[in-house]
Design a protein around this ligand. Structure first.
Ligand code: KIV
Length: 283
């Protein structure tokens, strides 16, 4: 992200990201669930570090995103916040937290008070977006596949009428005050059309190459999970390297190779002699 000025606040970070759309610069977004990964993402220059509700399935062992609570999100937001210095910090509104505009504002303000620059909410929730924008909360809408709403993971907006409906909804959300729009699992042509029709940046995940930015799940990028997705490049294979490292540790402990001489501290010869003579006196 172009330097929006240190401590510039959400408004300046938002303007800097929105200017990237005008300049044709792609926005790089990644999910993040913990402090060390936030530090790595800052170092890598990720523009938007996103505490997503996929924390439930990727980190907490839940079977479904819908099990994630506000308290889960707050716990992870606090950890990630400690690692973020310059990037825009985005927090996901969990299932059930935006059922009314008032609830959306109340819950979103909890995230903002903890340092989130903006919040993302799934679905076509125009009134909630309006209420959030009125309170000055930077709001990311999310259309296409919405894991909190759709039970099956399959391509959305596959027909011309469905694509036209999505474009219409995207424009209404923009008019309601959304600052960004996430588009998930839609054909590239539809991602392109929405992107061209909106003035706010679009961020795609499995939405083709032509959105203003891309978002991926960090555990997929690092190859931590065992599932393969067509829309993902595994930039490393942590599930292989991590498992191998753990096997070697267990074997080293069992076979006495760990700890080795370089891992241990020693008494000086003098202290050792004194200790030994003291012990002898005690005996
Ligand atoms: O929870 C999630 O991982 C998301 C994606 C859009 C990245 O919302």
């Amino acid at each position: 992200m172009p330097d929006s000025g240190r401590g510039g606040g959400s408004g300046e970070k938002t303007s800097a990201l929105q200017a990237m759309k005008g300049a044709g610069e792609k926005i790089a977004v990644l999910t993040c669930y913990d402090y060390p990964t936030a530090v790595w993402q800052e170092e890598a220059g990720v523009d938007v570090i996103f505490v997503a509700d996929s924390v439930g399935t990727n980190m907490l062992g839940y079977g479904d995103e819908r099990e994630v609570t506000m308290e889960d999100m707050i716990h992870h937001l606090k950890a990630v916040r400690r690692g973020v210095k310059h990037a825009y910090l985005l927090a996901d509104m969990p299932f059930g937290s935006c059922d009314t505009p008032d609830a959306a504002v109340e819950n979103a303000l909890r995230f903002v008070d903890l340092g989130a620059d903006g919040i993302k909410l799934e679905g076509y929730k125009v009134e909630a977006v309006e209420a959030l924008a009125l309170r000055g909360v930077d709001t990311w809408a999310h259309l296409g596949l919405n894991p909190q709403i759709h039970h099956k993971r399959r391509l959305q907006a596959r027909t011309a009428p469905a694509a036209a409906r999505l474009v219409k909804r995207a424009r209404s959300l923009q008019e309601a005050g959304a600052s960004f729009l996430v588009l998930e699992l839609i054909p590239e042509e539809v991602g392109n059309l929405v992107t061209r029709r909106l003035t706010i940046p679009t961020i795609g995940i499995a939405a083709g190459r032509l959105t203003d930015g891309q978002v991926l799940v960090v555990t997929d990028v690092l190859g931590m999970g065992d599932r393969e997705f067509r829309h993902v490049t595994r930039y490393t294979d942590f599930s292989v390297d991590g498992r191998e490292a753990l096997r070697r540790y267990v074997a080293d402990v069992r076979e006495g190779r760990f700890p080795g001489e370089r891992h241990v501290g020693h008494l000086s010869a003098e202290e050792r002699a004194s200790l030994e003579s003291g012990v002898m006196e005690d005996e």
